[in-house]
Design a protein around this ligand. Structure first.
Ligand SMILES: C[S@@+](CC[C@H](N)C(=O)[O-])C[C@H]1O[C@@H](n2cnc3c(N)ncnc32)[C@H](O)[C@@H]1O
Length: 461
């Protein structure tokens, strides 16, 4: 059910996306009305959270059943210790993916708004809609005399207009649920050090999903379903050498190492130095020793043939059995996302960057090796058009079938053939948005009602 307005984008970006979703090939295949309806549903569903929370289970450390049981026990404790209404958390294994557990999200629920308001940043608001509590750094405004223990309504500031430390905010905001303040106003805004920890504990969220904060951190890793699919599509095997070119915070890196049973080597690169620590922390938390993380610009990760091989980057050509390029992208598939202030120029800047990274990826891959390209966006320019360009630019590449293939096929509009489109995997939440649970039971609903995402798999001949 839709309760939020459609995602707010700059008019030029809305127009651009409309042209993508109503391109000539799509219009010829499904007609104007259906194409328009899909585009409208896309804008609406992007502002709402998916209806399942996906957890990747560390099956290299324990069996799925064991993790499922432990998770159930932990979440029951959570429900008893909070004043939220009791419910027994439903934890469902995914029928096709051996390390995925799915938890239905309950919402939107009828929650009454209160007169005391706390306003949080849009990112914090989105996290609350996916089950998080409000962390103090995310709080922008609170009642003047707010004390720990006060019951408050939490609103998300959609346009980034609320000033930090305000006592009220009349701008564009949406209600995300009620909670209990864990801190006084003064401990949030009047300290020399940035505030830490939970500022408001959500007790009546609009969308109810368990909080995973501190819950089995080494066994249950929150990850969107398509991101887990990527690790399986890459298909790493024990003993191989794998490159994850854009790796931080390391969700997919850790999954790859886990699928390999921590046997072999997973090289993780990211351009941003402080993000490398996150990869290392995640690897340590999941007891994965095969991961080696380096701060490096992957565009420059290919060394000249003459160079001696060193442990870290740059690497000689054809150094890796498999390469994952989970590319930096415009992120327009992320959910929930109620507003983006990005300009069209910013959105269009990703295609050339992704192509530079793709060049390096192909060179670093051994002959006979596998390259997986993925993004969490919905544009053609960053997805199907990149595939058409790659097949044209690198005759050594061929598209490969993906396993599992639980998303839709590629989107029309980039001149790819029907066979090629069938080999691509596009997660398109707009295709299922107005269907009810009864017409689309699990796993279909969980597979489709997720973030917008794209995966292509290539073999280097
Ligand atoms: C989509 S995110 C990766 C998410 C990650 N694969 C995961 O699953 O946790 C893209 C990442 O690419 C990194 N990045 C952007 N340009 C890069 C470059 N030229 N070289 C290496 N990393 C880059 C960004 O810092 C960002 O962390």
């Amino acid at each position: 059910m839709s309760i939020f307005p459609r995602i707010s984008l700059r008019p030029e970006v809305t127009e651009y996306l409309k042209n993508v979703f109503l391109n000539k090939e799509v219009l010829a295949a499904v007609g104007q009305q259906e194409a328009e309806s899909r585009f409208h549903k896309l804008l609406i569903c992007l502002s709402h959270p998916p209806s399942y929370t996906c957890v990747r289970a560390s099956t290299h450390l324990a069996s799925l059943e064991e993790i499922r049981h432990k998770l159930g026990e932990e979440l029951k404790k959570q429900m008893c210790s909070s004043s939220a209404e009791e419910f027994s958390p439903q934890i469902l294994p995914h029928p096709q993916i051996p390390d995925v557990l799915l938890l239905p999200v309950h919402g939107p629920r009828p929650v009454k708004q209160l007169s005391s308001e706390v306003v949080v940043g849009a990112q914090c608001g989105s996290a609350v809609l996916r089950g998080a509590h409000v962390f103090a750094p995310g709080i922008l405004a609170s009642p003047k005399y707010m004390k720990a223990g006060d019951v408050v309504s939490v609103f998300s500031d959609l346009e980034g207009r609320c000033t930090r430390g305000a006592t009220s905010f009349q701008g564009n905001k949406v209600f995300v649920g009620n909670g209990v303040a864990e801190m006084d106003r003064s401990s949030i805004f009047c300290t020399d050090e940035p505030p830490k920890g939970i500022g408001v504990r959500m007790v009546e969220p609009l969308y109810q999903s368990p909080s995973f904060d501190g819950v089995l951190p080494n066994l249950a890793f929150l990850q969107n379903l398509p991101s887990v699919v990527v690790g399986h599509v890459l298909g790493p095997r024990p003993g191989e050498r794998i490159l994850d070119m854009c790796a931080a915070p390391g969700g997919k890196t850790c999954h790859i190492a886990a699928v390999m049973g921590d046997q072999g080597e997973v090289v993780a690169l990211d351009r941003i130095r402080n993000k490398i620590d996150r990869i290392r922390q995640n690897a340590q938390m999941l007891h994965l020793r095969s991961i080696k993380a380096y701060c490096f610009n992957s565009i420059q990760a290919v060394s000249s043939e003459a160079a001696h091989e060193t442990e870290g980057p740059p690497f000689p050509p054809e150094s890796f059995d498999r390469v994952l390029l989970d590319a930096p992208c415009s992120g327009l598939g992320q959910r929930p996302n109620m507003a983006s202030t990005w300009s069209l120029k910013e959105i269009r800047s990703y295609q050339p960057l992704q192509r530079k990274l793709f060049h390096a990826a192909v060179h670093l891959l051994k002959k006979g090796g596998v390259l997986v390209y993925s993004t969490c966006t919905v544009t053609l320019a960053e997805n199907e058009e990149q595939v058409a360009w790659a097949l044209d630019t690198f005759p050594c590449l061929t598209l490969q079938p993906q396993e599992p293939h639980i998303g839709a096929e590629g989107m029309l509009g980039a001149g790819l053939s029907p066979e090629q489109l069938r080999l691509l995997q596009r997660f398109s939440p707009e295709l299922i948005w107005d269907q009810t649970e009864t017409t689309a039971p699990l796993p279909c609903r969980a597979d489709r009602d997720t973030i917008g995402f794209f995966i292509a798999k290539f073999l280097k001949n």
